[in-house]
Design a protein around this ligand. Structure first.
Ligand SMILES: Cc1ncc(COP(=O)(O)O)c(C=O)c1O
Length: 508
């Protein structure tokens, strides 16, 4: 620590400091201490309480009201990491974290993040960062091949398809919805150029299931598009007949159905929309079919799980998050278009300062996304694909699914609980049986069970409600998840249930 130079501004060294924030050698030393700290964090993260004992507003007492006028030294900042950052964290990498869907990460990915921020290159156009654009193009082809996606999604396929990295699945859905909207409006305008785009927009209608991720509904709100949440069946799956009935009814009323977002691996219960039924309908009706496989997409790395994506051949766009199941840190959401001209038509604006001499011969990813600026996110993906390898990633996916199967078996051994949805990938949805509680629904009782486990603080879990049934969902497959930890979780859950039952705490 004594190596660190005093951080008061002086005119001789000040310029370097002002340019890079600290001296080169100070950075070298600081980075080493930080890397050591990161390794220690990862070695011991599971010993920490998964969710901290903090209340909203706790940070105000830990940091000053305003930024310091004078630069502070790294040791001072470093010494506060524990208090300010770590103590108030939900530790997603902890072995006791089973909430939402697992976060992804790995040392290769962290190295990639470091290099990305060091380079600081902003790759909105080919000119602004040729390597960033071209590595992304190749990596998206690598990924498409690794997942065995239809060939039309490849950049170097025969058609106009290709992939792009978005920040999140939410952005991917929004971008595809906006592209589909543009594609739907253009022909209407060519029939009658006097029509107003807003009048056509009012007639457009999009569909998704009532179990799809909330981000789909949000995309509809942002795009100001009427997006209908269609009833899924009892397995949480959107069926062809439901979609067809909705389309017929809307067309009868002069509406223009133009977009369907089908989900592979819903957030609430990891259910799968019936693509084999949905796709022929979309194809016949000329409707854009977007596939949201944010979580489940990583499973396509493994041939034995590709059955979940049967019928992908007629999709118009496909998205999944390597930042969920593929050991790449957020943000890395891979999105493919069958025909990229639609997104380019929808997003392209062309001021002089963004033009360059290779335009038309090279990809300009600014036309494939909402923001202008974009980080060189492909580096971390490239590092992970090379340093973990497809075989290593398949093992990672398989391990997470095997953990879910392990928990499923544990739940099945106690007849007080029921599994609500088939355990296909790394998610187990269970609840206490209503019969046990002499109650038809038992939602309040299961909510109490969830709250008791949550307040116990040893495990982080997430509830959901599907078809009016409150359930507890356990997401496996995070970096440090293990069957031993799931055994521990199950023991604690049963003990908490015993207590609630004996103390009659379930009585409402
Ligand atoms: C099926 C599905 N779609 C979309 C999302 C949103 O993902 P993101 O946070 O990348 O926007 C999630 C998040 O869990 C998801 O499970």
């Amino acid at each position: 620590m004594s190596n660190f130079k005093k951080r008061k501004h002086d005119s001789k060294t000040g310029e370097t400091r002002l340019r890079l924030g600290m001296q080169h050698d100070d950075f070298r030393n600081a980075a080493h201490t930080l890397v050591d700290r990161i390794i220690d964090y990862h070695k011991t993260v599971s010993e920490r309480q998964t969710f901290p004992n903090v209340k909203p507003g706790f940070m105000r007492s830990l940091v000053p009201d305003q930024a310091p006028e004078d630069a502070e030294n790294w040791p001072e900042v470093f010494s506060e990491i524990e208090e300010v950052v770590m103590k108030g964290l939900t530790h997603w990498f902890s072995s006791g974290f089973f909430g939402f869907y697992a976060t992804a990460g790995s040392y290769p990915s962290m190295l990639g993040e470091l290099l990305t921020s060091a380079i600081g290159s902003i790759g909105f156009s080919w000119l602004s960062s040729p390597s960033s654009t071209e590595l992304e193009t190749v990596m998206l082809d690598w990924l498409a091949k690794a997942l065995d996606l239809p060939k039309f999604y490849l950049h170097n396929g025969t058609g106009p398809g290709g992939g792009v990295i978005q920040g999140t699945a939410s952005e991917s859905t929004l971008v595809t919805l906006l592209s589909a909207r543009d594609k739907a409006i253009r022909p209407q305008l060519s029939i009658d150029p006097n029509q107003c785009r807003h009048d056509i927009n009012k007639r457009l209608v999009a569909y998704t299931s009532n179990v799809s991720n909330s981000s789909v509904e949000k995309a509809g709100k942002i795009a100001f598009v009427d997006l209908k949440l269609l009833e899924s069946d009892e397995m949480g799956s959107l069926r062809g007949k439901t979609l067809l009935d909705a389309i017929k009814e809307d067309k009868k009323n002069g509406r223009i159905p133009f977009y369907v977002c089908a989900t592979l691996g819903t957030t609430a219960c990891c259910s799968f929309d019936n693509l084999e039924e949905i796709e022929p309908i979309c194809e016949k009706e000329g409707i854009w079919l977007h596939i949201d496989a944010a979580y489940a997409g990583s499973a396509l790395l493994c041939p034995e799980f590709r059955f979940i994506a049967k019928g992908l051949e007629c999709s118009t766009s496909f998205n999944f998050n390597p930042h969920k199941g593929m050991m790449v840190n957020l943000d890395c959401s891979a999105l493919w278009f069958k025909d990229s001209s639609h997104v380019i038509n929808a997003m392209n604006v062309n001021p002089i300062y963004l033009r360059h001499e290779e335009m038309g011969r090279a990809i300009d990813y600014m036309h494939w996304q909402i923001p202008l600026g974009r980080r060189f996110r492909t580096i971390k993906l490239w590092f992970v694909l090379r340093m973990v390898g497809l075989d290593g990633l398949r093992n990672h996916v398989r391990r997470g699914i095997a953990e879910a199967k392990h928990l499923e078996e544990l739940v099945k051994t106690d007849e007080r609980y029921e599994i609500l949805f088939p355990v296909v990938l790394g998610l187990v949805c269970f609840r206490l049986k209503p019969e046990l509680l002499g109650n038809k629904i038992a939602n309040d009782e299961n909510e109490k069970l969830y709250e008791a486990i949550h307040h116990d603080r040893r495990f982080f879990i997430t509830p959901a409600s599907v078809g009016g049934k409150y359930l507890i969902r356990i997401s496996t497959g995070s970096l440090n998840c293990s069957t031993a930890k799931l055994d521990e979780f199950w023991k604690v859950t049963r003990e908490i249930t015993d207590k609630l039952l004996t103390k009659n705490k379930f009585t409402i």
